[in-house]
Design a protein around this ligand. Structure first.
Ligand code: PNS
Length: 160
């Protein structure tokens, strides 16, 4: 059994992310999700909320750990004892960005190899950005978010 680390912003975790977790779990056996900070992004949800929403999405997978950290991905990779970093890519723009991130992480830690998995067809157009836009317009996020996550975020936006 190998241990895969799936890092991301998860603002919020989508069903596309869940599909990636399931596939990494089938490939490697053990998965840890790391909720981290991307300095390029402004977040809708706090770190604590992003962790809670990831746990809600992963409710049926209690063997998948969720950790959070405000530091470097490679430090989390070493701390949890992961063997591989797994990221999903939906298109060529994602791929170019993720390949660059993979090189940065590998330069910092020669053990921190990244494997990129193609998004399944059903999830090719699912992104946290699209989910946030739909929520802001009051449109349905059915098929994009776990129902408990959709409910939480609708309530959060309604109480603003
Ligand atoms: O879901 P995202 O926003 O594409 O995830 C990007 C993330 C959070 C994995 C990336 O920004 C990250 O690894 N942040 C932690 C800080 C770090 O290690 N950066 C490495 C490149 S400078």
């Amino acid at each position: 059994m190998k241990h895969a680390l799936i890092p991301g912003s998860f603002d919020p975790m989508t069903l596309g992310h869940l599909d990636l977790v399931k596939r990494a779990r089938a490939l490697y056996g053990k998965v840890t999700v790391a909720v981290l900070v991307n300095d390029q992004k402004q977040y809708m949800c706090s770190m604590e909320e992003r962790v809670a929403l990831a746990r809600m999405t992963l409710a049926d997978y209690p063997d998948v750990d969720v950790v959070s950290d405000r530091g470097l991905l490679v430090d989390v990779f070493e701390r949890v004892g992961a063997d591989v970093i797994v990221k999903g890519v939906r298109n060529e723009v994602d791929r170019a960005y993720e390949e660059e991130m993979a090189r940065v992480n590998l330069a910092r830690d020669p053990r921190a190899v990244t494997v990129l998995l193609e998004a399944a067809d059903d999830y090719e157009d699912v992104s946290s950005t699209r989910v946030r836009e739909l929520l802001a317009r009051g449109e349905t996020t059915e098929g994009l978010l776990a129902p408990a996550v959709a409910d939480y975020l609708k309530d959060k936006l309604a109480s603003k």
